[in-house]
Design a protein around this ligand. Structure first.
Ligand code: 2RA
Length: 351
């Protein structure tokens, strides 16, 4: 008997990618049940080439469900994941509600698959898309060289802020297209108007050094997530991690620059060997030929792409990298699906 899967939040930006991934992956699921807010109940969505009617989020919706993938706001996950888990469903949750709970593993199948088996609350958390866009590459280097410190800057796509982020960029691009804007202070802001969508500043023709909400001492919630989640996934609770998160006018695919310092001296040749053989990583690093990853080419693909690998000029134990990952695929839906597939394999093994 193949396990039953539920997709909770099937109609959102990540949910849509989730359904296409489920249609592309080996068909390991029996029933796939689609669950969303009562507002979306009754809608029909296509998965595995079949139309499936969305049912409303309710306790009964989890009846007979073996694994449920959640992509809903934090407060909805905080309320409903324990309800599903109490019914015996293993929940794979893509919100921030449980990521730092010591009784909830935070899993990236290429880095710490073993952690998925120990889940006292019946919940497994999926990391934030910014952490996920770099951690597969960083994890592979850590396994060989042993990390001592990470310094990271992100260049985050607007779809990280959901469909509202995509709509805001598209609307703003229309307002500035074909103009000479971007040459005097405030001209872009005046053209875009006061409604900048989910971003605190215009995002067209601009970069915005902010993602998430304000935390202590000027840090953003997104920056603290990348720090805390990287430490948990790599099982290095004291790892020094410093992060600056920046939003850029890209629809989908987060990029990051990474300064990674290791225990001993490193070489670019060895880093290239590791990255070119690590599962889930593509090394694309030949700047002389103009070859490095950019969101325009990476969007829609599964792997973490790495380029611009250099040894730090002033520190032979450190590497500089440029990393790109599709924030809706590996950054969200794909990693969630991979975790669900790990659980399915485990349930099959136990039955
Ligand atoms: C963002 N990482 O890009 C966030 C979404 N989880 O805004």
């Amino acid at each position: 008997d193949r396990p039953t899967l539920a997709v909770v939040g099937a109609t959102g930006a990540v949910g849509t990618v989730m359904l296409s991934i489920l249609s592309q992956h080996a068909d390991i699921w029996g029933e796939i049940r689609l669950i969303a807010s009562p507002r979306s109940a009754g809608k029909k969505l296509t998965v595995r080439g079949e139309e499936v009617e969305v049912v409303a989020l309710a306790e009964e919706a989890f009846e007979g469900v073996d694994v449920a993938m959640f992509d809903v706001p934090d407060e909805v996950a905080a309320q409903w994941a324990p309800i599903a888990a109490a019914k015996g469903t293993v929940v794979v949750d893509n919100s921030a509600a449980f990521r730092m709970d010591p009784d909830v593993p935070l899993v990236v199948p290429e880095v710490n698959p073993h952690a998925a088996r120990v889940r006292p609350r019946g919940i497994i958390a999926n990391p934030n898309c910014t952490t996920l866009s770099m951690i597969v590459a960083v994890g592979a280097l850590h396994a060989e060289f042993g990390l001592r410190e990470l310094v990271v800057s992100s260049y985050q796509a607007v779809s990280g802020a959901g469909l509202a982020g995509v709509e805001a960029l598209r609307a703003q691009l229309k307002l500035v297209a074909g103009t000479e804007l971007g040459t005097t202070p405030g001209d872009v802001r005046r053209a875009v108007g006061d409604d900048t969508g989910p971003f605190p500043e215009p995002i067209a023709l601009n970069v915005v050094p902010w993602a998430g909400s304000l935390m202590d001492d000027g840090w953003s919630s997104e920056e603290l997530k990348v720090r805390n989640e990287s430490r948990k996934i790599l099982d290095r609770p004291d790892l020094p991690v410093s992060v600056t998160c920046v939003r850029v006018p890209v629809i989908t695919t987060h990029s990051l620059t990474v300064h990674a310092r290791f225990e001993n001296e490193v070489t670019v040749d060895r880093a290239h060997e590791i990255l070119s053989t690590a599962p889930g990583v593509v090394l694309f690093d030949n700047p002389g030929a103009g070859e490095f990853p950019t969101p325009a080419d990476v969007v829609g693909t599964d792997p973490t792409w790495v380029g611009r690998v250099r040894r730090s000029l002033d520190d032979p134990t450190a590497l500089e990298l440029f990393v790109c990952g599709d924030n809706l695929r590996k950054g969200a839906a794909l990693n969630t699906a991979q975790i669900a597939e790990l659980v399915a394999a485990e349930l099959r093994g136990n039955s």
